[in-house]
Write a protein that binds this ligand. Structure first.
Ligand SMILES: C[S@@+](CC[C@H](N)C(=O)[O-])C[C@H]1O[C@@H](n2cnc3c(N)ncnc32)[C@H](O)[C@@H]1O
Length: 214
């Protein structure tokens, strides 16, 4: 009896696991290769169903030191900003203005609501757009890709960075954070080959990397 029930359970869960894996593969493919509309739909669904809730609270993350160090109390453009962690966890006294751009309008709505709750509407603004198409309206001290460079198709990355470079102030920098420097080794090589690296942080106890360049 026990053997039969174990078999029945595995017959049910096996196809469910496969279906879940296939769904994840499809989501990954859509995020990388889909149209802007298809990508927005996938990200919106994930932000709405709580899949990304865990990134909402990241105080003390290594990225804040680098953003605050290079922004000179000035302007920050956060590309792929998510639901508002960066704009609300940065030390409020250490920056002048912050604009977060994200493909997901659900994430952007959450970020706007969070900035209102934390009394930062005077400093923080948000805009829903695909970063591959977004055109800034001013120059920035820091242009940030925090766990978002992965989603820029590899073949477009240099063109995207070159285009945004025109919106850095003279002393401005890109700050890129990735939680897995091995999985993103191609992107790291592209950055190191084509740009001036000013500072690099490699964590000793995780695969985190932060690269500051222009
Ligand atoms: C892993 S989350 C990181 C969010 C946040 N930067 C953080 O570190 O917590 C990646 C974010 O990039 C956004 N994103 C992905 N592709 C994008 C694109 N083409 N344009 C704008 N945002 C994009 C997603 O909606 C998501 O909010």
């Amino acid at each position: 009896m026990v053997v039969i029930s174990a078999c029945v359970v595995s017959m049910i869960t096996f196809p469910m696991n496969i279906a879940e894996k296939l769904r994840n593969i499809m989501r990954g493919r859509l995020k990388a290769w889909g149209t802007t509309m298809a990508r927005r739909k996938v990200w919106n669904r994930e932000f709405a169903d709580g899949r990304w809730d865990y990134i909402e609270h990241t105080p003390g993350d290594c990225i804040y030191y680098y953003i605050e160090k290079y922004c000179n109390n000035g302007s920050i453009l956060d590309l792929g900003c998510g639901s508002g962690n960066t704009g609300n966890e940065l030390d409020k006294k250490r920056y002048g203005d912050y604009l977060g751009v994200d493909i997901s309008d659900i994430a952007v709505q959450k970020a706007i609501a969070r900035s209102a709750r934390s009394g930062r509407t005077d400093k923080n603004s948000y805009f829903a757009s695909d970063v591959c198409a977004y055109v800034p309206h001013q120059r920035y001290d820091v242009i940030l890709f925090r766990e978002s460079i992965w989603y820029i198709p590899r073949r477009k990355l240099k063109a995207v960075l070159d285009r945004y470079r025109k919106f850095l102030k003279e002393s401005g920098v890109f700050v890129v954070r990735m939680y897995d420097r091995h999985a993103l080794a191609d992107q790291v090589v592209l950055i190191k080959t084509n740009y001036d690296v000013i500072e690099e942080y490699l964590s000793n106890h995780s695969k985190d990397i932060v690269i500051v360049f222009r």
